[in-house]
Ligand binder design. Sequence first.
Ligand SMILES: [Zn+2]
Length: 346
Amino acid sequence: MSDLPSHLSPVYAPAPLSSRHIPDFSLTPDSRGASPPPPNLISPAFTPPLTPESHTPAIVHDPQPVPIDPAAQKPQKLLQTLPEVECIVRARIPTVTGAEMYLHVYTNNVDNKEHLAIVFGSHIRSKSMYAVRPGETERDRMIRGAYEGRLHPGRLSSRTESKSWPHPAKDPDALKEIPPLVRIHSECYTGETAWSARCDCGEQLDEAARLMSLPDSNGGVIVYLRQEGRGIGLGEKLKAYNLQDLGSDTVEANLLLRHPADARSYGLATAMLLDLGFGGNRGIRLLTNNPDKVRAVEGPHQEIVVKQRVPMVPLAWKTGGVRGIHSEEIEGYLQAKIGKMGHMIG
Ligand SMILES: [Zn+2]
């Protein structure tokens, strides 16, 4: 080929085997010298389209809170400093279930995505949201959501609108005793919007919201990270689906695409939870099946304390198949996860 002019040699021979990147399923993200992962400061940098904490192993029973055993937590690489976050706007959203939530939009200093906090309970307040900004009017504050009580036509002041603040229906002292529920959820267009039965992200989002809006709940927060496929993006995620249809399991598919099986971090989520007042010893109850996530969310200096891990059991398992997701794909996926990921229920 080297004897030919370059314009005649558009086709290249395969590289010698030794120079090609061969996925090694035991590789950690750091050891992947041929294709280092992008910076994952932004949290769930990349994750297989179907990931451990969003899909759960097959044990059928109701979720029970699980006490956290610090000795059982695996050491995990954590960010040494948390990102800076700021809640720039908040609004009340009535939902189709009848429950109300407050949607909080955050900016940060590590990416330019609008990460979200879906907040159940008007007593949960963002520090950065309520901070007074230089030169703003009362109307400015109400427009960006920094008001107390409820908005109504003709309202002039952002402050002390409601005597029932901070929580109209419940005893504030009792609320202080129970750690609020928290779910860290990564965006999944296919599972939440496009009716995909390859994963149960949509179901898990619904279930987290349901638990946080039960009459005896003291509210909670779903931190919604804008990480489609947890960072690999929708295009790569769809390639992984095609590889799965060609016979790979979900872990193998991601590795074949040179994405680590799991290289997430949760600094943004930790910073947002701190902003929402969830730091300190009161702690949180974390909805997850992934024990590794517990320590990751707690932050580098245990800024957040996870008092309990609350498992998420797939609806199909809880109801003996009456409700929930049914598909060949999700069953195969779950089997792969059970074998390769350390997820737990109960
Ligand atoms: Zn999904």
